[in-house]
Design a protein around this ligand. Structure first.
Ligand code: PEP
Ligand code: MG
Length: 292
């Protein structure tokens, strides 16, 4: 079996009928790149940037973030690297943010909500990502979006940062792609409007399952009720893909469900353009797609 999977390295991720899917990997830190290379992922579909903040005693500097993003971009060569902007919240202990204790952290002050209300923190990360974009094929991905207003606000801040970098004479990718995670029911409902404002969608099925089914993803006692195979979750996925394609943008999945081989055929039927999975799942998912 291991031998069979190894033989899939370098082979296209394509069905027998020729339907192609981009098969990327999720990473949480630059050291995960060894596993990405060993498993022949075609890009990074989700670079969770939280580690920089969680492993630091104070706000990570622009320089330290720049070095981490640049390292990943360079090691991936020209392959896509989708960096998700900060997604911490009250459930993650980052003392220096001074976040208040919350009864419902999943519904709380987290991710894009922190970034939009504390633009001075967000801008440091954006400067680092944009500067790193001169060294590879980087895109920006915004988490926890629920409205077009949030996208407009984030884009306005990105534009300001670009202007500052031009002023500083720094290089960056002027046409950098900006996408969103589709991981709230509101973003699915608003998907037709959101799709006109961004370059891609990536579905976060971990949070989308939690919010759609009203099941805390941290609660181990919910069993059958927290079922990501629920028709409600699958219909949400389908709605997001359809809205993306209507607007002419691509749509992928970067939540755990993307690696669920029992759903690979369903995702192919829905027309998903990309699946981003843990490095260890890349070859098994390639096998499932090629077997179709
Ligand atoms: C998700 O919610 O599906 C996702 C990919 O993001 P995270 O697991 O980091 O919340
Ligand atoms: Mg999420």
């Amino acid at each position: 079996r291991v031998q069979l999977l190894q033989e899939l390295k370098g082979k296209p991720t394509k069905t027998k009928e020729g339907q192609e899917v981009h098969l990327y990997a999720n990473i949480g830190r630059p050291s995960d790149l060894d596993a990405v290379e060993a498993n022949d992922a075609e890009g990074i579909g989700l670079f969770r940037s939280e580690f920089l903040y969680l492993e630091s005693e104070d706000f990570p500097t622009e320089e330290s973030q720049f070095q981490a993003y640049k390292e990943v971009a360079q090691r991936m060569g020209g392959k896509p690297v989708i960096i998700r902007t900060l997604d911490i919240g009250a459930d993650k202990q980052v003392g220096y943010f001074g976040l208040e204790h919350e009864a419902n952290p999943a519904l709380g002050y987290r991710a894009i909500r922190i970034c939009l209300t504390r633009p001075e923190v967000f801008k440091v990360q954006l400067r680092a990502i944009l500067r790193a974009s001169a060294f590879g094929n980087i895109s920006i991905m915004l988490p926890m979006i629920t409205s077009t207003k949030e996208v407009d606000q984030a884009r306005a801040i990105i534009d300001q940062v670009m202007e500052e970098l031009r002023g500083r004479g720094e290089d960056f990718k002027e046409d950098i792609q900006v996408g969103i995670m589709v991981e709230t029911p509101a973003s699915v409902v608003m998907a037709p409007e959101l799709a006109r404002k961004v370059d891609f969608f990536s579905i976060g099925t971990n949070d989308l399952t939690q919010y759609t089914l009203a099941c805390d993803r941290q609660n181990p006692n919910l069993g059958q009720f927290a079922d990501p195979h629920s028709p409600a979750v699958l219909r949400m996925i389908r709605m997001a893909v359809d809205a993306a394609h209507q607007a002419g943008i691509w749509c992928g999945i970067c939540g755990e469900l993307g690696a669920d081989r029992d759903l690979t055929a369903t995702f192919l039927d829905y027309g998903l353009d990309e699946l981003s999975v843990s490095p260890a799942s890349v070859l098994p998912v390639r096998e499932a797609i090629r077997a179709r």
